[in-house]
Design a protein around this ligand. Structure first.
Ligand SMILES: *Cc1c(COP(=O)(O)O)cnc(C)c1O
Length: 427
């Protein structure tokens, strides 16, 4: 995380000291580095440009659910990104951020009629359809609007992503996509529907993958299916391999994005050469975590230190409602003190004020700290703010985007009174 470093003993995001962020905006606050976001997106865009330079032969659809702040979407949109959405609400965010709806793909197993209508009215690029009943519903909704819906089928390639079971999605027993063995039959029924245009194929096998071998295995299986479909005269315009590349939280060594894409395009280009003289099939990606994960931290202030016989606790003003990943997946986030101080380090659990034993952010960390100190929970840019809640009637954290020596408040801290503004008393 080179955009997060100590200068004169104080942790900085780019050229802004984190204590300056808390002085101006308070805590807890999510802080993002614009330069890190640009760098991570550019790793994908640069590799696509290098290995597949033909116009419109690749598209990166950033996964909005990983971090959906409007400023993040706006920045990525300006860099040319498309978007992978999983709800109508996310589509409205993309539009509000100035994103191009013709670069939007819509994933998810439970799309409602209303969400389908919204997406059709904005002429999105493609629906990633996850079941036959969804296909029929989409056809019906499109027919009712006098529109055609472009679809891709999310195929479940049945490969083991070797990641946490909660974030593994490509095995037979997962709820996502249509089974590999049923894909051909599904495509045949899809191409017979009156208001459906079959345009693509997609998969997404899991998240926080450190190795690209499962992704390349999935790619081979998908290419096989595209060939079988072509033999039946069902010709696809794009192939979407999903997201899933992991990041370093602790000492993980994820595959580098350019190495993965270089291996992927070696296979894809050999196949394109053999099969698609002229216009090559478009290759799409849906990265989330690998773009935003290491571009953000959660800044928090220590309220109390509690020393007991069994354990020491640092009770901070951020909690599981702000950063759910430790409670949900036992996820590990680095903890760094904002001001490096001398003194005796002790072993602490870093916990929040929420009334749950599951409300911990980090366990057994060696820290030299005092009440009032600021801490940074590292690698919190992905699935941090987007998974936050108002549990315990806690307003959500503020969000700040740092750009060089500038800080921009990109989301105000929530006011607790707003949290119950939609509620009413009985007559
Ligand atoms: C969550 C999700 C992604 C993004 O996954 P990352 O691991 O964050 O890259 C991509 N596609 C789909 C369908 C998803 O559900």
């Amino acid at each position: 995380m080179s955009h997060f470093s100590y200068k004169n003993g104080v942790l900085h995001v780019e050229n802004v000291a984190l204590n300056a962020v808390s002085q101006q905006f308070g805590s807890p606050t999510y802080v993002y580095s614009k330069a890190a976001l640009v760098e991570n997106f550019s790793a994908y865009a640069g590799a696509c440009q290098q290995h597949s330079p033909a116009t419109d032969s690749t598209l990166i659809c950033y996964s909005v659910k990983s971090n959906s702040n409007l400023a993040v979407l706006q920045l990525l949109s300006r860099l040319g990104s498309g978007f992978d959405i999983v709800s109508g609400g996310e589509l409205l965010r993309v539009i509000a951020a100035g994103g191009d709806t013709r670069k939007v793909i819509f994933s998810g197993v439970g799309k409602s009629r209303e969400e389908m209508r919204l997406a059709l009215s904005h002429d999105i690029l493609c629906f990633n359809v996850e079941s036959i009943p969804e296909l029929h519903r989409l056809n019906e909704v499109a027919l009712g609007m006098g529109k055609r819906a472009a679809i891709s089928l999310r195929v479940n390639p049945n490969v083991d992503a070797k990641t946490h079971p909660y974030i593994s999605t490509g095995l037979k027993e997962n709820k996502f996509g249509v089974a590999y063995d049923e894909a051909l039959a599904c495509y045949r029924s899809a191409s017979a529907l009156s208001n459906i245009d079959v345009v693509g194929i997609d998969c997404h096998i899991g998240s926080q993958l450190l190795d690209d071998a499962p992704l390349l295995e999935a790619l081979d299986k998908i290419i096989d299916l595209v060939n079988q479909l072509a033999a039946e005269n069902i010709n696809l315009h794009h192939l979407d391999i999903g997201g899933g590349i992991g990041i370093t939280y602790d000492d993980e060594k994820p595959v580098a994005i350019d190495d993965y894409l270089s291996r992927l395009f070696t296979r894809v280009n050999a196949w394109r050469q053999a099969k698609y003289k002229g216009a090559p099939i478009k290759v799409m990606f849906e990265p989330g975590r690998s773009i935003v994960g290491n571009a953000g931290i959660l800044l928090t202030e220590i309220q109390y230190l509690k020393h007991s016989e069994a354990k020491n606790f640092a009770i901070v003003d951020a909690a599981m409602n702000d950063l759910m990943r430790p409670a949900m997946y036992e996820a590990w986030h680095g903890v760094q003190t904002v001001a490096q101080r001398g003194g005796q380090a002790q072993i602490y659990d870093v916990v929040g004020p929420v009334c749950e034993s599951g409300d911990w952010l980090a366990r057994s960390r060696s820290l030299a700290i005092e009440a009032g100190d600021l801490l940074a929970l590292m690698s919190a840019g992905a699935y941090g703010m987007t998974m936050s809640s108002n549990y315990n009637t806690r307003g959500r954290a503020a969000e700040v985007m740092v750009d060089g020596d500038q800080m921009h408040l990109v989301r105000q801290r929530e006011n607790p009174a707003d949290l119950f503004a939609l509620e009413s008393l009985l007559a």
